[in-house]
Design a protein around this ligand. Structure first.
Ligand code: SF4
Ligand code: F3S
Length: 106
């Protein structure tokens, strides 16, 4: 499955959800998670993300490993999102900022 990683936090552009053929994305307050049991590895979402936050699980950078379990856990408690919504007003200020995990709102 594909995995949403740190740089999505507080950016949440949601362009990714528009192309997912199986509605695998789930929405929290400032992050999205992919349900690994639904994702069919089509890879369509990867180039859509302006924050380059989506990786195949086997290609996850070492420092992004915690997001594997987080995507699975959060997708179980958050609702599905299928339509693009406006990004946070200050999203661009957080694109590229490292280690935003402490700012994740569950
Ligand atoms: Fe959806 Fe394809 Fe991305 Fe998986 S890889 S989340 S199926 S768009
Ligand atoms: Fe997040 Fe990128 Fe989607 S910032 S909401 S994974 S388009």
């Amino acid at each position: 499955a594909f995995v949403v990683t740190d740089n999505c936090i507080k950016c949440k552009y949601t362009d990714c959800v528009a192309v997912c053929p199986v509605d695998a994305f789930h929405q929290g307050p400032n992050f999205l998670a992919i349900n690994p049991n639904v994702c069919i590895d089509c890879e369509l979402c990867v180039p859509e993300c302006p924050a380059e936050a989506i990786f195949q699980e086997d290609a996850l950078p070492a420092d992004q490993q915690p997001f594997l379990k987080l995507n699975e856990e959060l997708s179980e408690i958050w609702p599905v999102i299928t339509e693009v919504i406006p990004a946070p007003e200050d999203a661009d200020n957080f694109n590229g900022i490292a280690n935003k995990l402490p700012q994740l709102i569950v």
